[in-house]
Structure formats: C-alpha cells, structure tokens
Ligand binder design. Structure first.
Ligand code: COA
Length: 327
C-alpha cells in the first residue's frame, strides 16, 4: 500500500469587526492599559457583535481556507471544529458549518481540548487521512469567548477575544505534517474551567446568580504550567520530526500572553525574529489563536515553501500539543 502523506493545502481566518481596546476596558472594570500591556502584551481584542456566534467566524475562515487551497466543499471528507464556545452544546458547530458549506460527503464533529484544540484537531485529522479516512479534511479553531467571559472579573475579561482560523489538509506527494505530539493532565482540570451549564451543575437560578457560567482561572498556576510545557512539547515534536530546533523557520506559539511566549522562546533559544506574535491585536482566542496566527503569517509572506514551522499550544484540561510542518 502506498504510504500516505498529508500537507496543509491552504489557510484562512476571520475576526469580528468590533475592536475593544484596553482603554475601553478601563471604563468597564478596575484595570489599566498599563497593567494589561505589561502583564500580557495585549492592547486590544475583537468581540463578536449582536447575532454573531462561533459558526459565523468558523464559516468565513473555512471559506477563505478552501479558497486558498483551491478545494471545493464537496471534496471534503472530514470537518473538525475545535472550540470551547460552540454555538450550542449540540448539534456540533461542525455540522452547522457542514450545512452552510454544503459539504455533502463530509463527516463532521467538534473537538474540545481547550486552547490546544486546533493542534489536537490538526493531528487527529492528519491521522484520519493517513489511515485511509479520505483525501481532504477541514480543520477549524473558532471561538466567541466574549460570550463566556465575566465582564465584571478583571482577572479574566481582559485576556480573551473572539475569532477563527482554518486549514484544509489533503493527501499529497510530499510530506507536510512531519510530526505531532499531544498530551494532557486532568490533574490540573480545576485550574481553568467553566463550572456550570452541563451535567455536573445544570443551569439554575443559583448558577446564574453565582456567575458560574463564566470562565474561572487560576492565572498564576496556568502561567507556570504554560512556560514549562511549551518548551517540553516543542522539544518532543522536534525530536519526533528528527530535526534540530535551529532548523525551525517560524515558531507559532499559542497567543495567550507575551511573557509566556517570550520565556518559551528563550528557553528554546529561538531568536525573536523567528517568533510570530499577534497577541497584541487579538488577545487569547483559545482554539482560534494558532490557526489565526498561522494564516496571518502565510498572508504576510512570513512562510515560504520548504520552511519548517513549529506550532505549540497549551490550555484547559490541562492539555498541550505541538506540530512540526514542512511548508
Ligand atoms: N487589572 C489590574 N490589576 C489586575 C488585573 C487587571 N486586569 N487582574 C489582576 N490584577 C491584580 C490582581 O488582583 C493582583 O492584585 P493583588 O496583588 O493586590 O492581589 C495583581 O494584579 C497581580 O496579579 P497576578 O495574578 O499575580 O498577576 P500576574 O503577573 O500573574 O498576571 C495573568 C496575571 C493572568 C496575566 C498571568 O498569570 C497569566 O497570563 N496567566 C496565564 C493565563 C493564561 O494564559 N490562560 C489561558 C490559558 S490557555
């Protein structure tokens, strides 16, 4: 049997029009542009408007990725949407996307792995194609975190934003996805969670009054975990791909906090000019962060054919994942 190879054929992204700056937040909670900028590197974020939901941005990002890949929706065998903010708990947002795209032969499901969701989805879709599941897959990371943020909690509401990124994968003659690595540690589940609204704590007046339908996070513990795991996950995928870290042309880390990004890059001895950063424009967009950065990097001409791109993410779960891609 011919050994299957899988590559990224095209990328796309979409963000809401509405911009909320740190100065806007100063009017909403007890915070300052200075605090947010120095602690996180974030200057502004995009926030979904009235009537917009995760599928709004997932659809636009998907259409742009399909166009870049020159693949029609009918060719798709699989659609995976990574998200922690689906339109509804069910049906899956990927099914809503499948309907809008008219991707008639695609199997569709959502995947939830916190901010690592896109890397998980990329890795699983790649294995699905390699394993004979089909020829083309659409992988999307899409979020409207603004809908699950407590806009009275300054420790979380300043950090996150909305948006979507997508990639079309296809079987190919050349190897594109050289290696992936995924991991999790449920021992840290309590560090980042949305407590209510599902089977453990169904929605009630109490859960609403106690503001339990919003993101709760232990920022300091997540920070420590993030710095350590970004290094570990990067080194593991480099090893699996049988390359050296200095061969990496572009490092695209999860865009949560500039301090996390900088310390990971420093630990890995990756020079600043090889690190892609857009956290100042969008904040942390969870599953959307890496594909949004990947698409921007492509469209800005920062990735050329033959380049080695390293993606690495971490998030709620706790989860982490990395991918090494030959462009
Ligand atoms: N504006 C002003 N002050 C704020 C604030 C805000 N938006 N948010 C918190 N503070 C205050 C705190 O109340 C605390 O005050 P105190 O010392 O009087 O108690 C002080 O600032 C310092 O808080 P601390 O949590 O120690 O700050 P920090 O330097 O650790 O930065 C985070 C906080 C959240 C930015 C940082 O921990 C972080 O980025 N963690 C990782 C989060 C993350 O990436 N999550 C997503 C994972 S996918």
């Amino acid at each position: 049997m011919r050994e299957s190879k899988v590559k990224i054929l095209g990328t796309g992204s979409s963000v809401p029009e509405r911009v909320i700056t740190n100065f806007d937040l100063e009017k909403m909670v007890d915070t300052s542009d200075e605090w947010i900028t120095t602690r996180t590197g974030i200057k502004q974020r995009r926030i979904a408007g009235e009537g917009e939901s995760t599928s709004t941005f997932a659809l636009l990002a998907a259409q742009r990725a399909l166009q870049a890949a020159q693949v029609s929706p009918e060719e798709l065998d699989l659609i995976v949407v990574a998200t922690v903010t689906p339109d509804m708990l069910f049906p899956a947002t990927s099914c809503l996307l499948q309907r809008e795209l008219k991707a008639s032969k695609a199997a569709s499901c959502d995947l939830e792995a916190g901010c690592t969701g896109f890397v998980y989805a990329l890795s699983l879709a790649e294995k699905y194609l390699r394993g004979g599941g089909g020829e083309k897959a659409l992988v999307v990371g899409a979020e409207t975190l603004s809908k699950i943020l407590d806009w009275q909690d300054r420790s979380t509401c300043v950090l996150f934003g909305d948006g979507a990124g997508a990639a079309v994968l296809g079987l190919s003659e050349e190897e594109g996805i050289l290696a992936t690595y995924l991991g999790s540690d449920g021992g840290g589940a309590h560090l980042l969670e949305l407590p209510a609204g599902c089977s453990r704590m169904p929605a009630s007046l109490d859960t609403v009054n106690n503001r339990l339908h919003y993101i709760k996070m232990n920022g300091n513990e997540v920070f420590k975990f993030a710095v350590k795991i970004m290094e570990e996950a990067s080194l593991e995928v480099i090893k699996r791909g049988n390359v050296e870290i200095d061969e990496v042309s572009l490092f695209i880390p999860h865009q949560a906090n500039i301090r996390i990004i900088n310390s990971a890059a420093k630990r890995l001895s990756i020079p600043e000019e090889k690190v892609f950063v857009n956290v100042h424009k969008y904040g942390n967009t969870s599953s959307a962060s890496i594909p949004l950065a990947l698409d921007e990097a492509c469209r800005e001409g920062k990735i050329k054919r033959g380049d080695l791109v390293l993606l690495v993410g971490f998030g709620a779960g706790l989860t982490w994942g990395s991918a090494l891609i030959r462009w």
